[in-house]
Structure formats: structure tokens, C-alpha cells
Design a protein around this ligand. Sequence first.
Ligand code: MN
Ligand code: MN
Length: 463
Amino acid sequence: MEYTKEQITELKDSILFKKRNVYEVLDEAEIEKMEAFCKGYVKYLDASKTEREAVNEGIALAIAKGFREYHFGDAVKAGDKLYFNNRGKELLLFIIGSENLENGIRISAAHIDSPRIDLKQHPLYEDAGMAFFKTHYYGGIKKYQWTATPLAIHGTVMKSDGTVVDIVVGEDDSDPVFYIDDLLPHLGRGQSSRPLGEAIQGEQLNILIGSRPLNTDGEIKLAIMKLLNEKYGIVEGDFMSAELSVVPAFKARDIGFDRSLIGGYGHDDRVCAYPALAAILEKEAPVHTLMAILADKEEVGSGGNTGMKCSVFIDLIASLSKTLGANEYLVRFNSKCLSADVNAAYDPNFGDVYEARNSSFINKGVVMTKYTGSGGKSGTSDASAEFVGYVRNMFDKAGIVWQTGELGKVDAGGGGTVAVYIAEKNIDVVDLGVPVLSMHAPYEVIAKADIYMAYKAFSVFCD
Ligand code: MN
Ligand code: MN
């Protein structure tokens, strides 16, 4: 039988799937809202270069919206807007819903730590007339990307008298910045012939911090320590009880003639943390109990008592359950979670590592990642067809532009998110986030349209 052109079009429209571009559905008014939302995001991103700063920023935003601090065992009632500050490095926010807690909690879980370079415990030394800090990088970085670029130092030092000083240098335009030197190409023949991953060694990621001697005899290290002592009241031994991190010194800004993209440090995963946070902050008296988790340590495996492997979030669920007379096993069993993390946006410059039919694309909306893992889905929680179907229908009904994603070609590598640590607590979970170009680079890129759809998605999930 022969089909007419019209019949074929009709068939295609009715039974074939077509990915949408967010700009197909955004009218002028929505684009204005998107721009306003992204302005808020850029502000948050610049103020949140470490997990501690992201927690402080999150608390400030939450307090402005009427949230108050929760302590284990506090009495709570429907409509209460609460936050739990886990050791200054992880933030959990929740709003008590009007329905029975046993119907489950709507949880969004993102991480607020990003790849960076940490100082060692004995960092300060001088060599060849210069002072340096020794470092140990944090998370999966391509070491060569961190050389020959302006860097800032952020962190916290606990002094021997028990007082704590916060340090941020390199963000204000009047601040100095820091630097990791690289080899000049003229002498780089040996370096250039090594594999990319070995071109810069971990022990070469030393931060240049000064060169002026204390007196004509030298003593550059002493001169730097004297400066730090005068400014922060710290002595060399205080580095042992410090968390000082080196991050890119540049600020987030629009990319492209059309300003459709945003470049910035730490989109992974603040580009998901911010929309998840914004979504819960705008809710008043929800039906479901809502929870947003902004966790630390994802980039190093989610360990520690501020990472998603820590029991704090199920302890909070247990504590709320006890207070409200709910069975916590039922609460968890009926809870639903969006694990809010980024995926790799398809990059045509490196097309060979992606499988384009199943990759996420810039401007095609928020990306749902059914499974992560590597080498045959190893390490994934792999969301069920039923849960993916539930989320899919919810988004389609609300007009959310979303896409599916897979990190890359099956055997190209892989990675994981916090989803697996939530699933093992008997909670339905699927990954949802924003596609990122140059993930884990000092300056990553996302599309405004995608973060805006992520915000709308987290918001609908809360309703
Ligand atoms: Mn991530
Ligand atoms: Mn990451």
C-alpha cells in the first residue's frame, strides 16, 4: 500500500519521538523570567565557590523566605519551613506538608562541592626565591587545566586557641590572585610527548604565593607567614587544622553573542543545587512534605559525615516521623527523589566518545538519567520503568521540556551520582539535572534554557 505525504507526517507525529528545543516553547515573557532566574543563579554561583559558602548562601536565602533552623527532636507542624545545617558543609531544607507523612516525602538531592585543589597540612615552603603552597587536588580534575590561570584561595582555619578564621583572597578586583606555573613550550618537548594525564603531575600543582624576601638574606617563607600572621592571626601550625581550597578566580558570566550560555566554576553541581533550592524556597503550605538536600563530598565518593553516604538525611526523616507519629519505614518506602546532578552535554568537538542518540544536548531541556555507572551499568541504581514513567508523565503534563541522557558511549568511561545512596534507603530515585559542557574544567558551560527547565521541573515535583 502507498502512503501519502500527509499520512506519513501524521504517522510520524503520532508514533515517533521527537526531541524538542526549549526555545520552541519559550515565549518572550518566559525568556524574561528565564533571564531573571539566571541572574539569581550567577549571583549564587559567584558567592558559593566552596560547599561551606554554598551552605551559608543557602541559609541566607532560606531565612529570607521564612525558614528556621531545625534541631533533632524539635516539635513540627504542617507548613513549617525548616533547615538543618550539617556541620556547615551540608544543608538540608524541608517543609512539612499537610498530608500524612506516611504518603512519603518529595526529595531533591544535589551536591555543592566541586572539583578543586586543596592545600596540604604542611603547605608552605620556599624554593628558588619564590614561596609556594603544596596541594592535593580534590575530585576528578584534568591537572593541566589548572595551570597558568588566575586562582583564588577560600577556606577555614581553626587556630590552636579554638577560634576559627574564614579566608577568601582573590575574588575582589583589588585582591591579589594565585597561580600554578606551567612549562614554556620552548622547553616542553618532553612534556608534550607524555600522555595528557601525565603532562602535569599532582606534586607539580604548587601554588605560587609570593617572592619578596623578609630581608636581603632571603627568608621568603618567613615573610609570607608574617603577612598571614598579621592579617589573620594564624601561625604555620594552624595549617594543620585548616581546610583551604584553591578555586578559579574568575566570575560566572554570559557566553556567546546571544548570551544563551553561562560560563562559570562549579556548575557541577550548583547548577542543580540552585534550582532545587529555588523550587523549595518558593513553596508555601505544600500538600507533600518536601526536602532538599545539598550535600558535600560527592566529588570524592560521597563519604564523610557531610556526604550522601552519611545517615543524616534518614535520621532527619526518622526524627520527623517520630515527632509526627508516622512509621518511618513507610515514609521512606513512599518517598520519591530526584537526584539532582549534571550530565555531559553532547560535544561535537569530541563526538567520538558520545552516542548521539542517547546523549543530552544543550538547549534540549532538563536531562533525566535513568542509569549511571560504568562498564555495564556497574554501580548504578537504575531507576525502574515505573518511576521513570511517573516522572515523565508529571513533566509532560506540566509542559516541562526534558530529555534523556547517558554519560557517553557504553565503553568510553562512566561515572556515578548520589542516586545510589538514596535508592539503598528504600526510596524511588532517578537522576535529573542540567547538561554541562567541559564538565569538571575550571570554567564549565551550561545553557540558560536548561537550568530554567530544571527549576520548573523541581518546582512541579514539589507540587
Ligand atoms: Mn555532579
Ligand atoms: Mn562531578
